[in-house]
Design a protein around this ligand. Structure first.
Ligand code: AMP
Ligand code: MG
Length: 323
């Protein structure tokens, strides 16, 4: 199916949200952050980025089915937080916007993922990294019949080989391209091709509460990998594998009952696959996006450049079985 219109609208939306987040990072005030029911932080920029992405997509494409991480009802009775969100959205869109319009845009993301064709959005993935002044991502994907068909991953603070910062990965129709700030034209993103596992590098979450670091150290050692793990927040890990900064991304469950959220993986996993890599859960099963907001049938994630995927899954399985 042809998704050219969706591709250009999604890139425009992610670029606008990336600009907003870059402007906001490091400038947040004390009252700009809220702790949600699941104990995770959310900032004015998370809500504002969701508003900007939803506004851009609806203006370009009409009515949408979109599963967004943020919920506008968290802002209804928090006027100071809401005012901060409205200000960021107005500044990004170059004029005043009403609070009602902003809440409506955020509410576009209220779908439950039960439709045949829907978008999913994490407006700021890795909010903890965003707050630390480190890595975060804007992750937008289009899903049809449980399969990702378009993934746009904005990594506004990602350090690039040429010394610049910021990359937008776009995965669609068999290839992955990456835009850098230094050019209007994208270049190809292609996974690394290490000669052996000893040359590979693992990336993982900064947060040991999101991925088990002790188990990954054991797996890495058993695979004969020499490099220290590359720890970065957010789906930037998928971007790192897609362009060859790392060969393996391990996300090892820290709790038996945790289920990954679709918006934490849809864009990133497609970026890696279209760049030539492979992505499964820790049991070697494909990520299954046909169960609403959660990857209900999967545990953890393993993304690789594809060369040694089965070996990595086998090593993970052995270590998990011993624990
Ligand atoms: P990362 O930046 O890779 O640490 O991932 C950030 C994401 O981890 C957030 O968007 C959360 O949705 C997700 N998360 C929160 N708790 C857990 C957990 N116990 N296990 C795995 N992921 C989690
Ligand atoms: Mg997230």
């Amino acid at each position: 199916m042809d998704v050219d219109g969706e591709r250009s609208a999604a890139v425009e939306a992610v670029r606008a949200a990336s600009e907003l987040c870059t402007a906001a990072q490091g400038r947040l005030a004390a009252g700009d952050t809220l702790t949600k029911g699941d104990d995770s932080p959310v900032t004015v920029a998370d809500f504002a980025a969701q508003a900007v992405v939803c506004a851009t997509l609806t203006e370009r494409l009409g009515a949408l089915d979109l599963v967004g991480e943020e919920d506008s009802s968290d802002l209804r009775h928090r006027t100071a937080l809401r005012d901060g969100v409205v200000e960021l959205v107005g500044a990004q869109r170059g004029g005043e916007v009403s609070a009602e319009a902003v809440l409506e845009w955020i509410s576009v993301g209220n779908s439950d993922g039960s439709g045949d064709r829907y978008w999913t959005l994490d407006p700021i993935d890795g909010t903890k990294g965003f707050l630390r002044g480190e890595q975060y991502a804007i992750a937008l994907a289009l899903i049809e019949h449980g399969e990702v068909v378009l993934g746009v991953l904005g990594c506004p603070n990602l350090p690039n080989p040429d010394g610049s910062r910021g990359a937008i990965f776009v995965a669609v129709g068999g290839s992955c391209e990456v835009y850098y700030p230094t050019s209007d034209l994208p270049g190809p993103a292609v996974v690394a091709a290490p000669a052996s596992l000893a040359e590979a590098r693992v990336c993982e979450s900064v947060e040991s509460g999101h991925s088990n670091h002790d188990q990954s150290a054991l797996i890495t050692e058993r695979l004969g990998i020499r490099a220290e793990p590359y720890r970065i927040d957010s789906q930037c890990k998928y971007g790192a594998v897609a362009r060859g900064d790392a060969s393996i991304y391990l996300r090892l469950p820290t709790r038996a009952d945790y289920r990954e959220k679709i918006w934490d993986h849809a864009a990133g996993k497609f970026v890696v696959e279209q760049a030539g890599g492979r992505v499964t859960d820790v049991d070697g099963l494909p990520l299954d996006f046909s169960h609403g907001r959660l990857l209900a049938r999967n545990r953890g994630v393993i993304a690789t450049d594809g060369l040694f995927h089965d070996e990595v899954v086998a090593a993970v399985q052995r270590v998990l079985a011993e624990s």
